[in-house]
Design a protein around this ligand. Structure first.
Ligand code: NDP
Length: 446
């Protein structure tokens, strides 16, 4: 029945969501994992729980008109897909990138549902964004775009309804502009967005959370192989929020970061990359990673971001974007002695690449579990906002660590219970699914 179930679900999903291949990919993976659970629990099949899960509760698509610095009017498209409110208010980031279309937002929103369930915090799943490209835009242009985006989004969100956050292209600057406009439009000061500045309700550790959480998760994967980070060579793709703080924590634990990238190319240095320089270039100057070699002539730069997987390493942390590791890159990593892969980005490995890792004995931490530290800390930010309190860095960091450990344990346990011991992909999908499924069963057909 498992294959028949997956085929039937995929037939409906592909027919109903034509051309949205990232969404199909995300659904297929979860369907393959949970088919065995549904087979063992007839009520899940009878109540069409998974069939309901693959249909978003609400999808909003809207026009975002704004004026650039030359006085010309620009038009972008905005999205918010509110996927599931079964276990809490909708929650998930906003992505501003030219590649954004409905299929990307839907795949991200779908993944978010299970990820959020794994965090053990009461949050549902959503995602949003726009095909707007913040790259090369002035601060004033980014502000006008964010204000225009919020002019529509504000009526669909709220601190108890839907709480967006950042993702690719949406960092502290964008969240600030979005928050300012929400506040003006609604005349309220609430925790409606997370990733806010510390001066107006943000939480300590939120900036670092996804990257740090990823490293805490991979630490457990390494411990299962009786290893630590000390002296290991690590390749981290990307040089944005997730990549920088994953690299920072891995370095603190004794690892050497031997390569990083952006969408243009990658830098490599077997002696280790200087993160202060990366932070200056990417966070302060909003520059390109290739500028790194000017400050560090021992490093090399190569055009094209995919080549980064040819740099030998023991640990790979893909932290840029979806499908950045294909089968060929995965084979190269295994051949070069890679022992563990922790997904910082969402769905960075293709299904074929995941197969190569699992077959090759590589410990594999799937995104839903391994990068859940960001949204978990966002939930902690919501908590602090509701209490009108701010916790210390150490307090939030300790909670983050606890949550990542808990996620790891849930994945291990679910995988073992359903006959896939050690397979964290299956474990994450099943553990996340069951939590949402139980809530849906309790709430009736809604
Ligand atoms: P940022 O915008 O801060 O950084 C993204 C990085 O990835 C940049 O170095 C960027 O290069 C590179 N990149 C983006 N798109 C592409 C592409 N199509 N091809 C190659 N490189 C690309 O984003 P984040 O660090 O926040 O997000 C990175 C990943 O982590 C995403 O998959 C996101 O969904 C996921 N994630 C983020 C969370 C968070 O808390 N921020 C939480 C959980 C997951 P360039 O500068 O050249 O564009």
């Amino acid at each position: 029945m498992s294959k028949a179930f997956v085929d039937k679900v995929m037939e409906t999903v592909t027919a109903r969501n034509p051309g949205e291949r990232e969404f199909h990919q995300a659904v297929q993976e979860v369907a393959e994992s949970v088919a065995v659970v549904i087979e063992k629990n007839p009520a899940l099949a009878r109540l069409k729980i998974f069939e309901r899960m693959v249909e978003p509760e609400r999808q909003i698509i809207f026009r975002v008109p704004w004026t650039d610095d030359k006085g010309e009017i620009q038009v972008n498209r905005g999205f918010r897909v509110q996927f599931s409110s079964a276990i809490g208010p909708y929650k998930g980031g906003l992505r501003f990138h030219p590649s954004v279309y409905l299929g990307i937002i839907k795949f991200l929103g779908f993944e978010q549902v299970f990820k959020n369930a794994l965090t053990t915090t009461p949050i549902g799943g959503a995602k949003g964004g726009s095909d707007f490209d913040p790259k090369g835009k002035s601060d004033a242009e980014v502000m006008r775009f964010c204000q225009a985006f919020m002019n529509e989004l504000f009526r669909h969100i709220g601190p108890d309804t839907d709480i967006p956050a950042g993702d690719i292209g949406v960092g502290g600057r964008e969240i600030g502009f979005l928050y300012g406009q929400y506040k003006k439009l609604t005349n309220t000061f609430t925790g409606v967005l997370t990733g806010k500045g510390l001066e107006y309700g943000g939480s300590l550790v939120r900036t670092e959370a996804t990257g740090y959480g990823l490293v805490y998760f991979v630490t457990r994967m390494l411990e299962a192989r009786s290893k630590s980070w000390k002296g290991l060579d690590v390749v981290v793709s990307g040089s944005g929020n997730v990549a920088i703080y994953a690299a920072e924590k891995a370095q603190q634990l004794g690892a050497r970061i031997v390569a990083m990238s952006d969408s243009g190319g990658y830098i490599a240095d077997s002696k280790g990359i200087n993160l202060d320089t990366v932070k200056r270039i990417k966070e302060v100057e909003r520059g390109r990673i290739k500028e790194y070699v000017q400050a560090h002539p021992s490093a090399t730069y190569a055009e094209g971001c995919r080549g980064i997987w040819s740099v030998p390493c023991t640990i790979a942390l893909p932290s840029a974007t979806e499908n950045e590791i294909d089968e060929k890159s995965a084979r190269l990593l295994v051949k070069n002695g890679c022992l563990a892969v922790g997904e910082g980005a969402n769905m960075p490995s293709t299904p074929e690449a995941i197969e190569v890792f699992l077959d090759g004995g590589v410990s594999f931490g799937p995104a839903k579990a391994a990068n859940a530290g960001g949204v978990a800390t966002s939930a902690l930010e919501m908590c602090q906002n509701s209490m009108r309190l701010s916790w210390t860095f150490d307090e939030v960091d300790a909670r983050l660590k606890l949550i990542m450990n808990n996620i790891y344990d849930q994945c291990q346990k679910a995988a073992e219970t359903y006959g896939a011991k050690g397979n964290l992909v299956v474990g994450a999908n099943i553990a996340g699914f069951l939590k949402v499924a139980r809530a849906m069963m309790a709430q009736g057909v809604v």
